[in-house]
Structure formats: structure tokens, C-alpha cells
Design a protein around this ligand. Structure first.
Ligand SMILES: *Cc1c(COP(=O)(O)O)cnc(C)c1O
Length: 409
């Protein structure tokens, strides 16, 4: 299905040759395939089609408004974790009735915004947050639909920095706290408990943690006897970054979800981020310098951890592929690094790679999720451009940031 592939040893995104793009545009830049995003959305949606879930794209995975517009057209809602994301989702055209708001630290201002915009659900993560929402809702004379986020204490095998569903993680309420919260919620007169939500982590490649989570949810529903209108099962669906990553197979899980939905007569919500955009982009960069090290060669790219942080932050493995395959043998190990003055500003090391020259172009793969949205101005570098391809057309969806805007503060 990939729209990012080689034709005659030249890397293409849809019908556009990356080599031609770099002859016209300065690197580095993010390069997306719109069809890839659309296909990912469709395939996720098809997998769960019996349950007719509301799919709320997790905006933090990629918050470019043009990408949100593509997803809006597909019928997507949004899962947001800040007032800024909420405003952006609305600005992209996503209806507030398809927006859920998660996060452990929502401020008064963000809560007021969510209430005034009449979003579908505020997913509450603590008792004290519920008390504050109740108070603000009272001041605004409104009754507010909330979800309550469960921390199911499940160990999903993923990187420890992206696990969110273990007892030691800050997210949600434990089973016992959640049950007592549900039984006491009536005291908070301005809240309507409509949903239970859960999100156990990211880049999960096995169905098992999801299945276990369903069991915990059943237990809670049976104990509290609450008829939740919505059950929000979160995101976290992994993608294959490495050759040996086995792709998650969601068929079995989707059958369980459908059984669950029928049994408890609820509407299902999902919040996928990575699964929708992760494999739909590359980051195109130039080899600024080659440098001989003592036992390897460094290929120093003009893109760094400020542009793409996942490797430095999560030890994520992202392959780097040449824009033109030249078929020539290299001379020993090659490590791709970035320009930022940090040792962790490095990407990947290969023992074998094709022969590289200075000024060759390469692409960091699978950077559509937590790529541009996690980038920063570290080392006073401007944010890089984002470009989306649809068939033969390229469209700039973020211009490279003007360096001048960085100079006054
Ligand atoms: C980050 C996040 C998601 C999306 O996670 P993915 O792994 O990108 O699918 C969904 N829900 C919540 C609450 C999140 O914080």
C-alpha cells in the first residue's frame, strides 16, 4: 500500500520524484503522502466497521491544520490534549461534537474553552479536576458531559517513555479510585458521566494489552452498574518501524470490541494517532558533511533532533534511505547524525550502506507521527517546511519558519 517507494532506484512519494523536489526546494523538509493518510484512515475504520466507532484522531501526533483538514473530510473527529489543539481542530472544520479532550493538567482557561465550545467529552483524569470542571460549569450555568479515564495497570510492552497505563504512570484513575469516583459523582451536580476512557500507551504491537484492558472495563461496568453512553478505547496502535516489527493484527480485537459494544449497548470511540499518519511521511535531508571517525564514518545531516526528536527522546529506530539508490558498496560502518550540539543528536548507524557522497540526499522514514509536532527551535534553528503530495501535486502546508521571528526574544 505504500505510496513512498522506489521507481528505477529513485525515491518517489506518490507520483513525485523526491530528486526533482530537492532540485527546487531547500532541505530539510517533511514530505507527506496524502493518499497514504487517507488509506490508513480507511483501513483503520474498515477494521472496526461493525462497531461504527467515532474515530478521534490524536492531534498531538500531527497537528498541521492541513492534515487535520484531510482527516476531517474523511469524517474524523479529534482527540486533543490542550486548548491550542482544541482551537486548531475546530478551525480545521472538525465539529466540536466529535472532539474529546484528554490530559492530566487541563487549566481553568482550557476547561472554560472546552465548555464554551460544547465538545463531546472532557476526559477527566483526577477527582480534583472533576471538582474544578464542576465549579467552572456552574459559573457558566452549564451541564457538562465528561468521561473518566481509567488507568488499568496493564503493562503494554512498549518503550517505557510511552507507556501510560501502568499504576506508576500519571494518567487516569486506578480501578478502585475510579469505582469510588463513579459512585460519588452525583455530588458534582454540573457533570454528566457519559464515558469511560482508557489509553494504555503508544506503539503497541500486540493485541493482548488491548484485550486485557477490555476485561478491566467489563469488571468496572459490572461493579458500578453504570450504563456508559461511550466507551473510549484510546489509541496506541503500533506501526512497523523496523523490518522485523510484526504488524499488529486487529481482527480478533475488533470482534471482541463489537461483542463488548453489543453487550453494554455503548458507542465506541478510538483515538489513533500514529496508525493514521506515522508511515505517511519522510524527512528529506542533505548530507552536509562526511567525516571520518576512528571506526566509522559520520554522515552529518542538515536535519537534527530539533527537527525530529523521536530518536533522541525514545531511542526510536527510523531507517534512513537514499533518495537515489546508486548500488555502490560503502567502506565500513556509517552513522547518520544531526548538527545539534548534543551527543543524542544522532539517528542510526549501519554496518553496510551504499557509498555516500557529500551533498547526497536521504530520507528519514516513518516520521509522520510525533515528527513535526514534536519539533523545536533548539539551537535557534527555524522550524522546517512541511510539504504534502497528492498524486502529482505538491503543496506547502507549512513554510519554513522565518529566522527573523526568532531574533527578538
Ligand atoms: C497520544 C494519545 C493518543 C494517541 O496515541 P497513538 O499511539 O499515536 O495512537 C490517544 N489518546 C491519548 C489520550 C493520547 O494521549
Amino acid at each position: 500500500m505504500s505510496y513512498i517507494r522506489y521507481k528505477n532506484n529513485n525515491l518517489f512519494v506518490e507520483n513525485v520524484s523526491v530528486r526533482r523536489l530537492v532540485s527546487k526546494l531547500s532541505t530539510p523538509f517533511y514530505l507527506y503522502s496524502e493518499s497514504n493518510i487517507v488509506e490508513n484512515y480507511k483501513s483503520f475504520s474498515n477494521n472496526f466497521k461493525k462497531s461504527k466507532p467515532l474515530i478521534c484522531f490524536s492531534v498531538k501526533a500531527n497537528s498541521n491544520i492541513q492534515i487535520l483538514k484531510v482527516l476531517k473530510k474523511m469524517g474524523s473527529g479529534a482527540d486533543v490534549v490542550s486548548g491550542g489543539e482544541l482551537l486548531k481542530a475546530i478551525k480545521s472544520g472538525i465539529q466540536p461534537s466529535k472532539i474529546v479532550f484528554s490530559g492530566v493538567g487541563k487549566t481553568e482557561e482550557e476547561i472554560r474553552l472546552a465548555i464554551k465550545r460544547n465538545i463531546l467529552l472532557i476526559n477527566v483524569e483526577s477527582e480534583n479536576e472533576a471538582i474544578l470542571i464542576n465549579k467552572i460549569a456552574g459559573n457558566l450555568k452549564k451541564k457538562i458531559a465528561i468521561g473518566i479515564r481509567l488507568n488499568p495497570d496493564i503493562n503494554a510492552p512498549t518503550h517505557k517513555k510511552i507507556s501510560t497505563g501502568k499504576a506508576e504512570d500519571k494518567f487516569g484513575l486506578s480501578k478502585t479510585s475510579l469505582i469510588s469516583f463513579c459512585l460519588n459523582i452525583k455530588k458534582l451536580k454540573n457533570l454528566r458521566l457519559k464515558a469511560i476512557s482508557v489509553h494504555i500507551g503508544s506503539q503497541i504491537l500486540s493485541e493482548n494489552p488491548f484485550k486485557k484492558t477490555l476485561k478491566v472495563l467489563e469488571e468496572i461496568i459490572n461493579k458500578t452498574k453504570i450504563n456508559f453512553k461511550f466507551v473510549d478505547l484510546g489509541g496506541g496502535f503500533g506501526i512497523a518501524y523496523k523490518k522485523n516489527d510484526r504488524k499488529i493484527n486487529l481482527k480478533n480485537y475488533s470482534n471482541l470490541v463489537e461483542k463488548f459494544r453489543q453487550k453494554y449497548n455503548c458507542s465506541i470511540i478510538f483515538e489513533p494517532g500514529r496508525a493514521i499518519v506515522g508511515d505517511a511521511a519522510i524527512l528529506v535531508a542533505k548530507v552536509q558533511y562526511l567525516k571520518k571517525g576512528s571506526n566509522k564514518t559520520f554522515a552529518i545531516l542538515n536535519a537534527g533532533m530539533n527537527d525530529f526528536m523521536r530518536t533522541a527522546l525514545y531511542d526510536a529506530v527510523h531507517n534512513i534511505i537514499p533518495v537515489i539508490k546508486n548500488g555502490k558498496k560503502n567502506n565500513g560502518p556509517l552513522e547518520f547524525v544531526g548538527p545539534i550540539c548534543e551527543t543524542t543528536c544522532k539517528f542510526i548507524k549501519y554496518n553496510k550502506y551504499q557509498r555516500m557522497n557529500q551533498s547526497d540526499y536521504v530520507a528519514i522514514s516513518d516520521v509522520g507521527a510525533y515528527g513535526a509536532s514534536l519539533s523545536s527551535n533548539y539551537n535557534t534553528k527555524p522550524l522546517i517546511a512541511e510539504i504534502i503530495i497528492n498524486k502529482s501535486k505538491a503543496r506547502v502546508i507549512r513554510k519554513k519558519q522565518d529566522i527573523k521571528s526568532l531574533l527578538n526574544q
